[in-house]
Design a protein around this ligand. Structure first.
Ligand code: 3HC
Length: 313
């Protein structure tokens, strides 16, 4: 088949909701944009461990500490699934890690904000993981097989992440006046960075239209953002907390919440590396990678030895 016929057969497979698998023919641009999105998704999981890791030793009870440890461990596993799924497209783990460390690759802007107190851990679980769930549930239906299957497992664990965050804020909002104020302050600082996670408006999105045609994306940035806001406002009411957006109000005609304009200058500044914690996050990742070199060397030496023994019989 010539290129045109291959393209047509590929698109017909996507349109028929037949998953694209690693060995299937695919346009180079499909492969490239999947490597971009999946590797950046994996980077987000791994970098996302850092703001929360800061509070493991400061958790208010042993139970909260154990829950937070379990959540952070899950995020490491999510990164593993996603790096492994991206490797099926022909990129190595080292190339992806190098792209992160050099600043060439992105990770979610939301992880470049500091976690100032325990209420932030609640806000991250409730809002950041809540936003991630909205995005990742749609990605369970993405056209690339390994990505779609990885999402199924990740979404199950994300629900626990979101719940434990909500539970932290629920406890604080029903505690002393100071504790309720902590919860409100955390919500004020994390609300807008969480809705920025969905990316630029559809009209400004570089990749959305092609990603929708290829069913990599099943819902647009603005659709997912709206779904998240609509689902989260009632939860804030249960917490007795107010959302930091004076323009937020229910629109009966649209059957959605109207909300204020996002600070896109802040968004792009953080995406471009000028957020409060960008340098700290990348420095921590590079340090962890360097300090973990001996583990990788030992593991590959062991694997090599085992292989030699198997061959030797
Ligand atoms: N942070 C950093 N960069 C962002 C961004 C954000 N919040 N939103 C968009 N961008 C970047 C895009 O990566 C793209 O840059 P690139 O071409 O260099 O990759 C550019 O801005 C234009 O944005 P587009 O809308 O055109 O890009 P996409 O079509 O890729 O849409 C996306 C962006 C919605 C984030 C999409 O990539 C996606 O759905 N990714 C998978 C989900 C994901 O990565 N989520 C991140 C959070 S994971 C998480 O929170 C883990 C949880 O367990 C805590």
């Amino acid at each position: 088949m010539d290129d045109k016929e291959l393209q047509n057969r590929f698109q017909a497979q996507v349109d028929a909701e037949i998953k694209i698998e690693p060995k299937d023919w695919m346009p180079d641009a499909y492969r490239k944009t999947l490597i971009r999105q999946m590797s950046q998704h994996a980077h987000s999981e791994i970098v996302g461990m850092l703001p929360e890791g800061n509070w493991v030793t400061r958790a208010p009870t042993l139970k909260r500490k154990a829950i937070l440890l379990a959540k952070i461990q899950d995020e490491g596993g999510h990164g593993l699934y996603l790096y492994s799924a991206a490797e099926t497209l022909g990129i190595s783990r080292e190339e992806m890690i190098e792209a992160l460390h050099s600043g060439k690759a992105k990770y979610s802007s939301v992880f470049n904000y500091p976690t100032l107190n325990w209420a932030d851990i609640g806000a991250i679980g409730w809002l950041v993981d809540g936003a991630a769930i909205m995005n990742q549930v749609a990605l369970m239906r993405t056209s690339y097989g390994p990505y779609s299957r990885g999402m199924v497992r990740i979404c199950k664990e994300e629900s626990f992440h979101q719940r434990q965050g909500f539970d932290i804020l629920y406890t604080l909002s029903r505690g002393s006046a100071e504790q309720k104020a902590m919860a409100q302050d955390a919500l004020n600082r994390w609300w807008w960075p969480s809705i920025m996670m969905f990316g630029p408006h559809d009209s400004e999105s570089t990749h959305s239209s092609q990603s929708m045609k290829w069913k990599i994306k099943r819902k647009s940035n603005d659709e997912l953002r709206q779904d998240f806001i609509d689902a989260t406002v009632p939860q804030a009411e249960v917490l007795g907390l107010s959302l930091p957006d004076p323009e937020l109000k229910w629109n009966e005609e649209r059957q959605h919440y109207d909300f204020g304009e996002i600070n896109w200058e802040e968004f792009w500044s953080v995406v471009k590396g000028n957020g409060p914690c960008n340098r700290e996050r990348l420095a921590a990742r590079r340090k962890a990678y360097d300090e973990g070199a001996w583990v990788r060397e030992a593991a590959s030496a062991y694997a090599k030895k085992k292989k030699e023994q198997t061959i030797a019989g």
